[in-house]
Write a protein that binds this ligand. Structure first.
Ligand code: PLP
Length: 371
């Protein structure tokens, strides 16, 4: 699905030198390299503070801890997302409340959010799924009206631009009270291991987030609140700082690959290609098709036999996961989520795809569907 090896070889000289530099300095935890990366990422994303941490799941957990949410408080999340979004809430004994997604964007549907609000609701967690933004203007208006926190799960959409109706453009992750991201290797900004970061424009929250990620420590060996141990290694920060400089060109490459697929599948009655809403550009973390009247498992296997990977993100929505049985199951009627879960399939998309590879992938998909 991704080709991180070829991507690495293109920047090998820079990356190897940066890693060697960290090894020679022996400053493996914290220090200048991590701080510089946080500063550069804050500038890129247009946010005041970036707090690096160990992974995207921790970023979500630390964010919810910083907002003082109490056991039983409700947080609204889409069911059609990666498990981490919801798991972090459940781990803190919060109650995830699942809402619908928009059929075209795959992202949280604002009307469904508004309907799910109760006196116990404390936060909304929009997930910018596959690299497309949630309709944040509406989400922020709902949050303001009901006095709720917004934590953006930006793990899949780093670099995505959201355009408000007044023309203001803001990068996702910098719109809500807090934004979270992941540097998992296959992400658009991927480390060579695990990593994550938290974004905020709020000075007080930034201090709290920093403290929680460092054992609740306010100054050395003075611990004010219960926290955890969540750090981004200096080696990963050094690599990420180099890749950050290439992020925009990586996004362009992903968009070019997406356009190729779009054109190749255009007009096929059994294939719906990814929609781009006017308020969001798309950074194509995934290129996900909706299949109409196609045996999806059959296609998945047919492609695998031809050496073409394809993935189902995600085969089971969160409200149907055993892990969330206490919160989900038949209490929910999420028709769009269920409908999409049965029909989506993601094709390889990354910075190193060439047109020959894509033509091969497209012909294999079309061949199967036309059988
Ligand atoms: C939407 C979403 N949220 C959260 C995460 C968690 O990130 P991590 O794997 O770095 O913990 C991921 C990715 O894995 C993700 O795709």
């Amino acid at each position: 699905m991704v080709d991180t090896k070829t991507q690495y070889f293109k920047i090998k000289t820079e990356v190897d030198a940066a890693v060697l530099n960290v090894m020679e300095s022996s400053q493996f935890i914290g220090g200048k390299v991590v701080n510089d990366f946080a500063t550069n990422l804050a500038a890129y994303n247009g946010v005041k503070h970036v707090i690096p941490c160990a992974n995207g799941t921790d970023a979500l957990q630390i964010s919810m801890m910083a907002l003082n949410l109490q056991p039983g408080d409700e947080v609204i999340t889409p069911s059609f997302t990666y498990i981490a979004t919801v798991e972090a809430a459940a781990l803190l004994h919060l109650k995830p409340v699942f809402v619908e997604v928009d059929k075209r964007t795959f992202c949280m549907d604002p009307e469904s959010v508004e309907r799910a609000i109760t006196p116990k609701t404390k936060a909304i967690i929009p997930v910018h799924l596959y690299g497309h933004a949630v309709e944040m203007e509406k989400i922020m208006a709902i949050a303001k009206k009901h006095d709720l926190f917004v934590i953006e799960d930006n793990a899949q959409a780093i670099g995505c631009d959201y355009t408000f109706s007044n023309g203001t453009v803001v990068k996702t992750g910098g719109i809500g009270h807090i934004g979270c991201t992941s540097f998992y290797p296959s992400k658009n900004l991927g480390a060579f291991g695990d990593g994550g970061a938290i974004f905020t424009n709020d000075d007080t929250l930034a201090e709290k987030l920093k403290m929680i990620a460092a054992h609740g420590q306010s100054k050395r060996y003075y611990h004010d609140v219960i926290g955890c141990n969540s750090r981004l290694d200096a080696i990963q920060a050094a690599i990420l700082d180099i890749k950050l400089k290439h992020l925009d060109e990586y996004i362009v490459a992903r968009r070019k690959a997406a356009d190729f697929y779009d054109n190749a599948f255009a007009g096929h009655e059994k294939i719906t290609t990814p929609y781009r809403a006017p308020y969001s550009n798309h950074v194509f973390h995934q290129y996900t098709l909706i299949l109409n009247d196609v045996d999806r498992d059959g296609l998945n296997k047919y492609l695998a036999d031809k050496g073409v990977p394809s993935m189902i993100y995600y085969p089971v929505p969160c409200h149907k996961q055993k892990m969330f049985a206490a919160f989900g199951g038949d209490n929910y009627q999420l028709m769009t989520t269920d409908w999409l879960t049965e029909r989506v399939i993601s094709l390889p998309i990354h910075t190193e795809l060439d047109e020959e590879q894509q033509a091969f992938i497209v012909s294999a998909v079309v061949e199967y569907i036309n059988l």
